[in-house]
Design a protein. Structure first.
Length: 152
């Protein structure tokens, strides 16, 4: 019985700590960005480059801790090659890590972790990485204008 109580207390404390990490609690904005992220990477996982690219603004800047700074055109080519060369690559958002903050008169910042997986040498190979996406609310929908990808 004591074990159950201790486990319950630890789970409650963990949930409270996660809730405290998000200082801004605009649930509508959080859910909007969660939906946009889901739609964007559903297109990625389905290898639908046309739909995937619609979520990225033509002014995109992608900052990567291994490859440096790149633009929209470079990333379209890079994703095309990735999808061709690693056809089983999938991305999953680690939802419990996600934080969303409003950017007044612009959009939102999404901070989270995601997992990329693919088969390599007969085994599932996965990596978890940190990212920041800057989302801009436009007349044609939400677009990512900045990506920061780190911890590779």
């Amino acid at each position: 019985m004591k074990k159950i109580t201790i486990i319950s207390m630890l789970l409650l404390a963990s949930a409270m700590l996660r809730a405290q990490t998000q200082k801004h609690t605009d649930r509508e904005l959080y859910n909007t960005i969660l939906t946009q992220d889901s739609l964007w990477f559903d297109a990625f996982n389905k290898k639908d480059l046309k739909a995937f690219s619609m979520f990225m603004d033509s002014s995109l800047e992608f900052y990567h801790d291994k490859t440096g700074l790149s633009d929209f055109k470079y990333n379209i080519n890079a994703f095309t090659n990735i999808l061709k060369n690693v056809p089983d690559l999938t991305r999953t958002l680690i939802k419990e890590s996600m934080e969303v903050y409003p950017v007044p008169n612009y959009g939102a910042v999404q901070i989270a972790q995601h997992r990329f997986c693919h088969m390599e040498n007969g085994k599932m190979d996965c990596g978890v990485f940190k990212f920041i996406h800057v989302w801009k609310k436009t007349a044609t929908g939400w677009k990512v204008t900045r990506i920061i990808s780190v911890d590779h």
